[in-house]
Ligand binder design. Structure first.
Ligand code: ADP
Length: 373
């Protein structure tokens, strides 16, 4: 009893002892501070009137009688976080644990109570900060989506409208060549050739840009066997595959849910690059693989080509970014931008791992269908 008394008096938590009728028997100094009532004021008064807010009193009574008749109590032996009532009528957040004990054949309940106002306030602040952050992220995402749409709209209109004057330039350059080629001197003929080549090239760039802004417009998701996609692409690329003596292997290619035309373009761009950026003396060897983890397929396209230096590995996915002149390797620098847009359209991401002279592996993730193995 003595030991209990010294713990009781010095405890950092409020300790309240009640009898089985709910009357307060003991009330320690920390309970005085927490609830505002002195031990003298609280002792022999019903607990529910002193520290339980009105709305919980009935539940408290029922809980006590249920325990006395059955020996069971859902809050016993646990810590529950509830509201307590202070003498001045305000409510305080408390953590409460109750242990029943039998003394001289009668139940007594010892309640240990801790003030958790600070913790609750902190939780509230964290919740509010999270909400503000989430709202900000949502707002930013909406703004970015809007900006993206505007950019695409702009690219579409610009490239569409540029076609018309370009067509005029091309056809007059062709006329000039047809009708005046023989009558002009060598310099003038060369100028006409430059004019024709540049306008042809601009035609290709504009078409690429138009294709880019049109990507994903169809929005029709289908179940697609990526083996079929690969076979179609291999058939389309047959002559460059043969011409380069490229060896291509594939395994584990799954059925996924996606956009058919876009996926075909994705495979086609990656394969064309893997063949195009080959080492001069070594025929291209390309292996395609896929692996599923956590509901996501990661595809890899590995080649034995020239490789890409670390510092360029991010910027090659930006539209019109190239690492070589057109004399070295033909192209307009849009292929990987297409790939990135297609993969992101499917909710995935794309990246490359490579070292110069040792080949490159392009990785991309695509969501798995719910029923695929
Ligand atoms: P393009 O092929 O028309 O140049 P891409 O957007 O497809 O445009 O590629 C951008 C650049 O990334 C290429 O110019 C090349 O330098 C580099 N690249 C792409 N794929 C490979 C690859 N498999 N191996 C080495 N370099 C590559």
């Amino acid at each position: 009893m003595e030991r209990f008394d010294s713990i009781f008096m010095a405890a950092p938590d409020a300790i309240i002892v009640i009898d089985q009728s709910g009357y307060i028997l003991r009330w320690n100094p920390k309970a005085e501070i927490l609830f505002g009532w002195t031990a003298k004021e609280a002792t022999y008064r019903p607990l529910s009137e002193m520290i339980i807010p009105q709305r919980y009193r009935e539940a408290h009574q029922k809980g006590m009688s249920h325990f006395l008749s059955t020996g069971e109590g859902p809050v016993l032996g646990k810590t529950v976080e509830i509201q307590g009532l202070h003498k001045n009528g305000t409510e305080i957040a408390i953590a409460l644990s109750i242990s029943p004990t039998i003394i001289e054949g009668k139940y007594m309940f010892i309640g240990f109570i801790r003030d958790i106002t600070g913790k609750k306030l902190l939780e509230k602040e964290i919740r509010e900060a999270n909400m503000t952050l989430e709202n900000k992220v949502r707002q930013r995402t909406l703004e970015l989506e809007q900006k993206n749409k505007e950019m695409e709209q702009f690219a579409y209109i610009a490239s569409h409208d540029l076609r018309e004057p370009l067509r005029t330039i091309s056809s007059f350059a062709a006329l000039l060549k047809d009708q005046y080629y023989q009558k002009l001197d060598g310099n003038a003929n060369q100028y006409i050739d430059f004019l024709t080549q540049s306008s042809d090239r601009m035609g290709i760039l504009i078409k690429d840009l138009l294709d880019y802004s049109r990507l994903g417009k169809s929005k029709d998701l289908h179940r697609i066997d990526t083996y079929d996609i690969l076979e179609e692409v291999l058939a389309d690329l047959d002559s460059i595959i043969q011409g380069n003596q490229a060896a291509i292997t594939a395994r584990h290619l799954p059925v996924i849910e996606g956009y058919r035309t876009e996926l075909k373009l994705l495979f086609q761009n990656l394969l064309t690059n893997a063949i195009k950026f080959r080492k001069r003396e070594t025929p291209p060897q390309i292996s395609i693989d896929a692996e599923k983890t956590d509901g996501v397929w990661t595809f890899s396209f590995r080649d034995n080509g020239i490789g890409i230096e670390k510092q360029h590995q991010e910027r090659i996915f930006i539209i019109f970014q190239r690492l070589h002149t057109r004399k070295e390797y033909e192209g307009s620098g849009i292929g990987l931008a297409h790939c990135k847009k297609i993969v992101e359209l499917h909710g995935g991401r794309i990246w490359v791992e490579s070292s110069p002279g040792e080949g490159s592996t392009f990785f991309l993730t695509l969501p798995a269908t719910t029923d695929s193995p």
